[in-house]
Design a protein around this ligand. Structure first.
Ligand code: NAD
Ligand code: ZN
Length: 253
């Protein structure tokens, strides 16, 4: 380990140890070590696929089969939380983290055991019918999908079954956004993990927190546009860095 990283780890621990209203803000990068690919940057899905073709609400409405075929081929259904997810559970249980605000839809924070999780982009574990609003577990629709793609609604036979994720061109769920904004305004520290911080309005959450006086600690594989205003920036793998930060917090308390 270089001295620079060692110092940054100490600084991150010192920032979080006395925190009273810290939140984590997570993105696709925290789930990469669980085998779920991220979007932007090195090795990201959007270097191979056009997001506007596979994840935009208008394209989805025109051709749901395209979305569902992509989803059947590329969605991981058996992913498990990794040490980064578990480190956030430890922080919450120690009283050093109030909530996790996530852009992820994979449900791995909940699976790891985080109690307060706010999903800004919905969940990929559910499916909603755009005609009759009925909701279904994703696994049931995936099964139908393998028999016939695109799947049709088991309740009304409608042709627009959409996962309960926020696609490009859709608004964020109002309640989740409001909760995240309240937490951001009250936060003393925001621990940002695995996000390129390029997707708005989600990236507005750490920005809002900063405007209200929060200090930012960024753990990401690559530089982000927020690095300049952060108190601590650590470039590396979340699954290696976060457990080490928690270890250092525990050691000195
Ligand atoms: P992003 O793909 O834009 O950025 C991910 C960042 O994580 C990149 O900067 C990358 O350098 C970094 N990264 C990669 N591996 C890492 C690791 N092991 N440790 C730390 N950092 C790592 O993702 P984003 O900022 O979340 O924003 C984009 C959107 O992606 C969101 O809309 C989200 O809904 C969606 N998304 C979610 C999932 C998921 O649920 N797991 C997966 C892909 C995309
Ligand atoms: Zn229906």
């Amino acid at each position: 380990m270089t001295t620079a990283i060692d110092n940054a780890l100490d600084k991150a621990a010192a920032l979080l140890r006395p925190a009273r209203s810290a939140i984590a803000f997570t993105g696709a990068g925290i789930s990469v070590e669980s085998g779920i690919p991220h979007f932007r940057g090195d090795g990201g899905l959007w270097t191979r696929f056009d997001p506007y073709k596979v994840a935009h609400i208008e394209t989805f409405r025109k051709d749901p089969a395209q979305y569902w075929t992509y989803s059947l081929e590329h969605r991981r259904t058996n992913a498990e939380p990794n040490p980064a997810h578990r480190a956030l559970v430890d922080l919450e249980q120690r009283g050093q983290l109030r909530a996790v605000v996530t852009q992820n839809t994979d449900g791995l924070h909940q699976k790891a055991g985080s109690g307060q999780v706010i999903e800004l982009h919905g969940s990929s574990h559910g499916v909603v019918c755009l005609d009759c609003d009925a909701q279904f577990p994703r696994a049931d629709i995936d099964r139908l999908n393998r028999e016939h793609c695109p799947p049709s609604c088991p309740s009304c036979d409608g042709q627009f079954l959409k996962p309960t994720v926020v696609l490009f061109g859709e608004a964020l769920p109002e309640r989740a956004l409001r909760q995240a904004q309240m937490l951001a305004m009250a936060a003393d520290v925001v621990l940002i993990v695995g996000s390129s911080l390029q997707v708005y309005p989600a990236a507005g959450i750490p920005r809002l927190a900063r405007q209200h006086g929060a200090e930012l600690c960024i753990v990401n594989a690559e530089p982000t546009p927020f690095d300049d205003v952060a108190t601590v920036v650590i470039h590396g793998k979340a699954g290696e860095i976060l457990p080490e930060v928690v270890r250092r917090i525990a050691q000195e308390s």
